[in-house]
Design a protein around this ligand. Structure first.
Ligand code: DAT
Ligand code: MG
Length: 149
C-alpha cells in the first residue's frame, strides 16, 4: 500500500491547526501509520529541503522549519501521495483552492502550514529520512471494506 510523508509545519502547530489537519486526512479515509511531535534538527531540515538548497529562500525556509515544533506523520492509502497533495492545495496559500488546507487556512507562501511528498519516490526517501522502521505501524483499519471496493 502506498505511503506518504506529511508534516504539519511550525505555523500549523502554533495556530492550533494540528487537529484540523489530522481530521481531514482521517475523514478522507487515509490510514495513519506513524506520527511524532518533534523539534527539527537543522541538519534534518537541510536534508529534507536539499532539492531547494540553491533557491534564495532556502535559509529562511530552514530557519522557519527549525523555529518551533512540527508534527511529522506517515499516511497510507491508495493514491495517498497525490491524494494528500490534493487535500493540501497549491504551494501559495493565497491562490490555493478553497477547501484545501492551504486554501482554507493560509495567506503567505512562507507560512503554508503543511508539507506533503510530491511523488512516490520522494515519499520513500522522506519517510526513510524522518522515521525508523520501528516507528511505523502496519495495521488493518476495520473500515477498509467500506472505503475500498
Ligand atoms: P511544496 O511545499 O508545495 O511542495 P515546494 O517544494 O516548491 O512546494 O517548496 C517547498 C517549500 O518552500 C514551500 O512549501 C514553501 C517554500 N517556498 C517555495 N517557494 C517559495 C518562494 N518563492 N518563496 C518563499 N518560500 C517558498
Ligand atoms: Mg515540495
Amino acid at each position: 500500500m502506498e505511503r506518504t510523508f506529511i508534516m504539519i509545519k511550525p505555523d500549523g502547530v502554533q495556530r492550533n491547526l494540528a487537529g484540523e489537519v489530522i481530521k481531514r486526512f482521517e475523514t478522507k479515509g487515509f490510514t495513519l501509520v506513524g506520527m511524532k511531535f518533534m523539534a527539527v534538527p537543522r541538519e534534518l531540515a537541510e536534508k529534507h529541503y536539499d532539492v531547494h538548497k540553491e533557491r534564495p529562500f532556502f535559509s529562511s525556509l530552514v530557519d522557519f522549519i527549525t523555529s518551533s515544533p512540527v508534527v511529522a506523520m506517515v499516511w497510507e492509502g491508495e493514491g495517498v501521495v497525490s491524494g494528500a497533495r490534493t487535500l493540501i492545495g497549491a504551494t501559495n496559500p493565497l491562490t490555493a483552492a478553497p477547501g484545501t488546507i492551504r486554501g482554507d487556512f493560509g495567506i503567505s507562501i512562507g507560512r503554508n502550514l503543511i508539507h506533503g511528498s510530491d511523488a512516490i519516490e520522494t515519499a520513500k526517501t522522506e519517510i526513510a529520512l524522518w522515521f525508523g522502521e520501528d516507528e511505523l505501524v502496519s495495521w488493518q483499519p476495520a473500515a477498509s471494506s467500506w472505503l475500498y471496493e
